[in-house]
Design a protein around this ligand. Structure first.
Ligand code: ADP
Ligand code: ZN
Ligand code: ZN
Length: 836
């Protein structure tokens, strides 16, 4: 191979194609597809990823004129050929530059240009043959100090394959200094020689060195395992000087070893063994195991009510996958990635589990990532981006709570982990299990109607139902309180009488409660009661949110803040009021209404600090509080035996948001939070307060009627041509000038319409079926201005076999120059999840 095709890391459409570089002789054995390289690019030096190797340059290019690669940045390529291919698929699927997709797969620690070091792994033995064949490489490494990778590359260019093999086998380690507050603890470690040698040395030791002799005997009995100096001095009850004396005599070796920062290392996880499955669980597991055995790609929706025992099904499916020598990825929403959740996997699979979530430091994340890549972990549990875990042979991908919006990334690449999982499974011949009590309408439709031969974005999905809780525990009783009636009866408090009674009752019985404040779209905004003025961000046209702690108003989009006004800035009336209800206000109201009540408040303000989320949950579990009060955060996956009451304040707050998924989201959230009650011996009760108690999204929760809710919702979606029947691509333009945006938006809309009709696609969404594409807009975006730029959007709505991504990218390509010259920013969201 003489030519490397490189995608340089500049996230723009101009550079979004491979550039060819010559591979210099000294790097021949080091460059692979997926290697991270340094390349000259005009006057600059850039980083890039090798996406292909070729024997020769393109026909019209003179090989001698190609610039050479400057460097390979890692000994092992951080991406595999499979992940590079996945990146290419993502960039087509979500219309993003390829480098953006590839970079999303790398741990942050690998994005910079920090120096790489190679050193032997602790306690590894080398044969004389290996030492001789390594051409001096092992001797150099044997000195104990980690060596710089680029020095090794220069000195031992022909040892590339050998060095890489040893790293893959875990005999050599490739590391980099990651700047971290909790940075890699380096532990001084003793490497004893062979026991026979130690015993012999003990015999020959002069009598006055009795301490050293004892230590030698101790080490000989202990075996050849390396041991931390601190631990050895304690176990053998000797001074450090004694150990050092043996080192001077060449009997033991002492050198620093960097420990992996396993964030769960100091926790004990009691071992668990597989449970005897209930008949429903066994029936659910069978087709999944069959798919794993068949090694053919296949996807399943595991539709199980809260408490139906889905996790045990996941665990046993993973076990089957591991028995086959294959690997498994488990995705859970970031917010449910609690120690409690992790424990269920760690206690079953021990150190085979690597955990990836955003609260890890860069160094911790890098360590977990290396565990996966080097085959020291076979199960990756993590949030969205864990879908890119660098496994070589995946047998199973589980996505728990598959309906969660956090699986869609809102910045570029705007990928959905569910779609990526299906593509990765296709490449690996793996099974995908999508688990939820309230599946997204997209997944549900794909599963229910798979046999009808209708195409969906997900392809065919098998449907598995677990409609009952384990051990016949009943689903909690749900009652709905009409808050308008409460007001009519003269109750102006935050808590209705039934909820207040229930809270008092639980306090007496010393049981626990979860209170959810559905705050999405229910901002704590400031409004003047005299003139109607509301405080908005001067840069974003978003209502400012009132923060009591700091007594200021803040924009949650750009961070702008201003002091709390005492009088209306517009009419100077003193009747300026803070509307809406924040968790702080509820906390105060609880304290006032129920003296002595112990409340833990969990929201973005109280959980930003690392580890705080977990601390609150532990405190609640230990029953040091009566109430867990919070936003969406308290709804997910928590499992507390003493919770017998769940209360929802303002259940319908988000129902009227301008988003076609508003009802679906509300229903999912309420069902989720209701599932927190009565999961164990004590029965549970749910009280929902609402101003629109007759809305289907709320009444369906009462009957635990997912199927009914969804069938009606799907009917409506079908009529309106919304997903899953039609699909959407949202193209947003932003600029300081509105006329500029209008003209660019119009141009895009007509170009897209023309392109589509050129492809023979009709515009009409009437009637059933048939290909259709229409372009809505340009209209002002729901967030009309952000950081001083106005925003307009066009919505491309289509159905059938239309290649709408092609339509959009061709239309954009046709106007690329104008957009660039004018300084217009374009952002494309394929299958948008957030309509706000
Ligand atoms: P889900 O994930 O569907 O909400 P879980 O997996 O949390 O449900 O299971 C609910 C409870 O039932 C847990 O306490 C779990 O330990 C228990 N459980 C699950 N499967 C079994 C089983 N086969 N036998 C006994 N208990 C089980
Ligand atoms: Zn006013
Ligand atoms: Zn702002």
């Amino acid at each position: 191979m003489t030519v490397a095709r490189v995608i340089v890391d500049v996230p723009s459409r101009d550079t979004d194609r491979p550039f060819d570089y010559a591979i210099p002789e000294r790097l021949k054995d080091w460059v692979e597809v997926g290697s991270r390289v340094a390349v000259p690019f005009g006057p600059r030096k850039l980083q890039g990823i090798v996406t292909a190797l070729a024997e020769d340059a393109d026909a019209d290019v003179d090989l001698a004129k190609l610039k050479p690669l400057e460097d390979v940045l890692d000994a092992l390529p951080p991406l595999s050929a499979e992940l590079v291919e996945l990146g290419e698929w993502m960039s087509r699927r979500w219309l993003c530059p390829l480098t953006v997709a590839l970079q999303a797969m790398l741990p942050a620690a690998l994005k910079g240009r920090s120096e790489k070091y190679v050193s032997p792994a602790a306690g590894v033995q080398w044969t004389d043959g290996e030492i001789a064949d390594s051409g001096g490489l092992l001797l150099a490494l044997g000195k104990g100090k980690p060596l710089k990778l680029d020095a090794l590359l220069r000195q031992y260019p022909e040892q590339g394959p050998t060095l890489k093999r040893w790293i893959r086998q875990g005999r050599l380690e490739e590391k980099q200094q990651v700047e971290d507050k909790s940075a890699g603890k380096s532990v001084l470690t003793v490497f004893p020689g062979p026991p026979e040698k130690l015993l012999q040395a003990a015999e020959n030791m002069p009598a006055r060195a009795s301490k050293q002799r004892e230590l030698l005997r101790f080490l000989a009995v202990r075996g050849a395992e390396p041991v931390a100096v601190a631990r050895l001095t304690e176990e053998a009850a000797v001074a450090l000087s004694t150990v050092r004396a043996l080192e001077e005599k060449g009997l033991v070796e002492i050198r620093p070893v960097t420990e992996d920062r396993d964030p769960y290392a100091d926790r004990d996880f009691p071992a668990s063994s597989p449970m005897t499955l209930t008949p429903k669980q066994a029936a659910a597991l069978a087709p999944i195991q069959a798919a794993i055995d068949a090694r053919e790609a296949g996807a399943f929706l595991l539709h199980g009510v809260t408490g139906s025992g889905k996790t045990e099904v996941y665990l046993q499916a993973i076990q089957r996958c591991l028995e086959q020598g294959r690997e498994a990825i488990v995705l859970v929403p970031e917010i449910s990635l609690t120690p409690q959740m992790v424990e269920r996997f760690k206690s079953r699979f021990g150190s085979k589990v690597a955990v990836l979530h955003s609260r890890l430091s860069n160094g911790e994340r890098y360590d977990e990532w290396r565990k996966i890549r080097e085959g020291r972990a076979q199960v990756a549990v993590g949030a969205r981006s864990a879908i890119f875990a660098p496994f070589a042979s995946i047998g199973l991908i589980v996505i728990d709570e598959e309906h969660e919006t956090s699986y869609k990334q809102e910045e570029s690449p705007k990928y959905h982990a569910r779609d990526v999982s299906i593509e990765r499974a296709r490449q690996h011949g793996a099974a995908v299990v999508l688990g939820s009590a309230t599946p997204s309408l997209e997944t549900y439709e794909a599963a229910k109607h798979a046999r009808g031969g209708r195409r969906s974005g997900l392809g065919d999905i098998g449907y598995i139902a677990m409609p009952e809780r384990v051990a016949n525990r009943p689903l909690p009783g749900v009652s709905i309180v009409d808050m308008r009636e409460e007001l009519k009866m003269g109750n102006r408090a935050m808590f209705s009488r039934p909820l207040a009674d229930a809270i008092r009752d639980r306090l007496e019985k010393q049981e626990q409660m979860v209170l959810l404040l559905n705050r999405r779209g229910y901002a704590t905004f400031v409004m003047c009661r005299s003139c109607g003025y509301t405080a908005a961000c001067p840069h974003c046209e978003i209502s400012l949110t009132y923060h009591r702690g700091s007594a200021n108003l803040r924009c949650h989009y750009c961070g702008y803040s201003e002091a709390e006004p005492k009088t209306c800035p517009s009419c100077e009336s003193p009747h300026i009021r803070f509307f809406g209800t924040g968790t702080q206000k509820v906390e105060e109201a609880l304290a006032a209404a129920f003296p002595g009540i112990r409340v833990i408040r969990m929201d973005v303000d109280t959980t930003t600090e690392k580890g705080s989320h977990e601390r609150w949950l532990t405190e609640f579990r230990e029953r040091r509080a009566d109430v867990l009060l919070g936003t969406q955060m308290v709804a997910k996956g928590l499992d507390f035996p003493y919770v017998t009451l769940v209360g929802v304040l303002a259940a319908d707050a988000a129902l009227r948001l301008p988003d076609f998924r508003a009802a679906e989201r509300t229903f999912q959230l309420l069902t989720q939070v209701a599932g927190r009650a009565g999961r164990h011996e004590l029965p549970g009760e749910v009280i929902i307060q609402a101003y629109e108690p007759d809305h289907e999204a709320i009444t369906s929760v009462q009957g635990h009627d997912y199927d009914g809710f969804v069938e009606r919702a799907l009917l409506l979606r079908n009529q309106l041509g919304y997903p899953p029947y039609g699909r959407l691509i949202c193209v947003t333009f932003s600029h300081e000038s509105v006329p500029m945006l209008l003209s660019v938006g119009e141009r895009f809309a007509s170009a897209a319409r023309e392109t589509a009709s050129g492809m023979g696609v009709g515009r009409s969404f009437d009637g059933a079926g048939g290909d259709a594409l229409e372009v809505l807009g340009p209209v002002s975006s729901p967030i009309a201005r952000l950081k001083d730029r106005y925003r307009f959007q066009c919505m491309v709505k289509y159905r059938g076999e239309v290649d709408a991504s092609q339509v959009v990218s061709r239309a954009l390509a046709g106007m690329a120059d104008a957009v660039k010259k004018g300084g217009v920013q374009v952002s494309v969201d394929v299958d948008p999840q957030m309509m706000l």
